[in-house]
Design a protein around this ligand. Structure first.
Ligand code: SF4
Length: 66
């Protein structure tokens, strides 16, 4: 599983890096920065929670085997 962010859709609510700080960080404007694109075992639920809670739909999960 991988996470992706659409930088054009992200407006910097910050929910992703609050909900899953091991996967996401922020740039100087508060926009999402992917810290770990490949989601490690044990962080999949956190990744899903972050994706589901992005108000802009800027995050996506990708099946790494696809
Ligand atoms: S929750 Fe969505 S809009 Fe907010 S910083 Fe994260 S990716 Fe960007």
């Amino acid at each position: 599983m991988k996470v992706r962010v659409d930088p054009d859709a992200c407006v910097g609510h910050g929910r992703c890096y609050v909900l899953a700080p091991d996967l996401f960080g922020e740039d100087e404007n508060g926009h999402c920065v992917i810290e770990r694109e490949a989601v490690p075992p044990g962080l999949e639920d956190a990744a899903r929670t972050a994706v589901d809670n992005c108000p802009e739909g800027a995050l996506a999960l990708i099946d790494a085997s696809a």
